[in-house]
Ligand binder design. Structure first.
Ligand SMILES: Cc1cc2nc3c(=O)[nH]c(=O)nc-3n(C[C@H](O)[C@H](O)[C@H](O)COP(=O)(O)OP(=O)(O)OC[C@H]3O[C@@H](n4cnc5c(N)ncnc54)[C@H](O)[C@@H]3O)c2cc1C
Length: 544
């Protein structure tokens, strides 16, 4: 998408609102705040514009997972519970942020997630409060879904997949054989069961938050979008944020904000900017050589992610997606299908089916999510593996383990300790989930595909060996949240209006504000957070 270039000659420029990060939340927020033509908005993005064909073509996500140009490509600190293994942490670095490189699955989470936030003191964030914002964002293309829960005319297009692979129904049938029921709407208040996911696509192409919220409003004269512009520090007058400094190529610019600065740099980027600006745990800041300006010990703490384990199987069948000589004619045909009708494998998000399941009937609600890939994923960090097969991810919806984002020093990047499986209860639950996944793959609908398990460990089923396999292979499904948690407790970073505690003129609006992780994928919730934040900011401007 083209954007107006920054006017290099202007050394200092003043806007009403400055938003840092044009990802899921930042793009949506910029759209809503610039609806008022009398207010100027500057949206700052470290990455480039989103013109790459790999972003528009859904299958391009395989390429984007390794693209230095569009992805921060973070790695975790060595994970103590995973034998010191380092886990990859992709994050979008482009207009649209992670929504431009993600798996496109459209999920909101469970009603109780939001009611738990409200009960913990986040007034205005219960399910009934946030539902209107999910609906306002959404334009759902499935007329069968209940309008009580779905929007029809929002900016974000949500669609039923055009040409899901035949293996998806095999997965659904196999799960049904184990009494996991079909789920008619994964975005009802209490989603449970299995099925094929809806995706954030429009006409078969990826619909990132930039495509949804920025592309239609580029002509707004009050909106300036800067790309390739990385924010380092905030500028202050006492305890008030007045602007920030941003690096554009070799130039450093100072921008001023009349009403306020909003950090929408994501669960890694937002706490990083706060810490670089001296807001955080004073002891950690001092150790990193940063002068503490404002003590908020929760900054960067409380990191949560959906810890995940894959069961990967190979298959001699050419029905699942895969790279093989025998699949070449089908792949060539799929190329044509994309060019003529945006269908076929190129329109696939790969993670086509899945569901929400309880590891035991005594669980009050689903505690694991499956992501089914009708293809053989690499467990060795490669983009592709030769051959065909299926991969079934099992992730914990509400892990107990917590990690952190910290800084070693001013110059270095963030130190991201995901803390995966550091709480023993997570390991026990994940083991139960992996056993369920294996059971699904062993059901009769899969029989004719002659699956051979590659990971975790094909030959053994005893607890110790399986847990060993989990520690050797577990990772996440890339949903870091919670590092600038909302709340009133001492460890909270922002209040229920998303204002940073103790600092004026500064908000955080992105996935980092979730006090506890939602039970599902995090793109739609990040967009909802921005939709609601826009109303909070507009209200505060009126009363200012
Ligand atoms: C590979 C992958 C697959 C995923 N799959 C799914 C899925 O299928 N469904 C789903 O719902 N969720 C999925 N997610 C998660 C979801 O996309 C994210 O939770 C969501 O996009 C987070 O939104 P955000 O606004 O908090 O952050 P982001 O969208 O990451 O936006 C942050 C933006 O801030 C910019 N930024 C950071 N630091 C600075 C700085 N200092 N200066 C300027 N700009 C800065 C970044 O470049 C980025 O553009 C996936 C994520 C990944 C990475």
């Amino acid at each position: 998408m083209p954007h107006r270039p920054f006017e290099i000659g202007i050394m200092t420029e003043t806007f009403d609102h400055i938003i840092v990060g044009a990802g899921s939340s930042g793009a949506a927020l910029a759209h809503r705040l610039s609806e008022d033509a009398t207010k100027t908005v500057c949206l700052i993005e470290a990455g480039p514009s989103d013109t790459s064909g790999f972003i528009k073509v859904p299958l391009g996500l395989i390429w984007l997972s390794k693209s230095r140009r569009h992805n921060w490509l973070y790695s975790s600190a060595p994970q103590t519970a995973l034998h010191g293994r380092v886990v990859s942490i992709p994050r979008g670095k482009v207009l649209g942020g992670s929504s431009a490189i993600n798996g496109m699955i459209y999920i909101r989470g469970h009603k109780d997630d939001y009611d738990t936030w409200a009960k913990a003191g986040c007034t205005g964030w219960g399910y009934d409060d946030v539902l209107p914002y999910f609906k306002r964002a959404e334009s759902n293309g499935d007329p069968q879904l209940d309008d009580a829960f779905h929007g029809r005319s929002g900016p974000l297009s949500v669609q039923t997949q055009r040409t899901p692979n035949a293996m998806d129904n095999v997965f659904v049938q196999a799960a049904n054989e184990l009494q996991m029921r079909p789920c008619g709407d994964f975005n009802s208040p209490t989603p449970e069961g299995v099925g094929i996911y809806q995706v954030t696509q429009k006409d078969g192409k990826r619909h990132s938050s930039a495509a949804a919220y920025l592309a239609p409003i580029l002509s707004r004269k009050n909106l300036t979008i800067l790309t390739g512009a990385q924010v380092r520090d905030l500028a202050f007058e006492g305890k008030r944020v007045t602007g920030l400094s941003v690096t554009l190529g070799t130039h450093v610019r100072t921008l001023r904000a009349r009403f306020g600065v909003v950090l929408s740099a994501g669960a890694i980027g937002s706490p990083e900017i706060l810490m670089r600006s001296g807001i955080g745990d004073p002891a950690m800041l001092a150790a990193a050589g940063i002068t503490p300006r404002h003590a908020l010990t929760g900054v960067g703490q409380n990191l949560q992610d959906h810890v995940d384990m894959m069961v990967i199987c190979s298959s001699p069948s050419k029905t699942p997606y895969g790279l093989s000589v025998g699949a070449i004619p089908k792949l060539a045909l799929d190329g044509l299908r994309w060019m003529t009708s945006n269908t076929g494998i190129l329109s696939s998000n790969m993670v086509e089916a899945g569901g929400f399941v309880r590891t035991s009937p005594s669980e009050p609600r689903p505690d694991i999510q499956f992501h089914f890939i009708p293809g053989r994923k690499s467990h060795r960090g490669k983009m592709f593996e030769y051959g065909h097969g299926v991969s079934l991810h099992t992730c914990l919806l509400r892990p107990e383990s917590r990690g952190s984002v910290t800084l070693n020093n001013r110059q270095s990047g963030p130190v991201i300790d995901l803390g995966l499986l550091t709480d023993k209860r997570d390991e026990e639950r994940l083991e139960k989930g992996v056993r369920l996944a294996r059971k699904i793959l062993a059901q009769s609908p899969f029989a004719k595909y002659n699956l051979t398990e590659i990971i975790p460990n094909p030959d053994t089923d005893d607890g110790a060996t399986l847990r060993q396999g989990i520690r050797a292979n577990a990772r996440t499904v890339y949903h870091p949240v919670g590092t600038c948690a909302m709340g009133a407790a001492a460890a909270a970073v922002v209040d229920a209006r998303l204002r940073v505690h103790g600092i004026d003129g500064l908000r955080v609006v992105d996935a980092s504000i979730m006090p506890t992780i939602v039970s599902g994928n995090t793109n739609a919730p990040a967009i909802m957070i921005a939709e609601k934040a826009a109303d909070l900011i507009k209200e505060d401007m009126k009363s200012a």
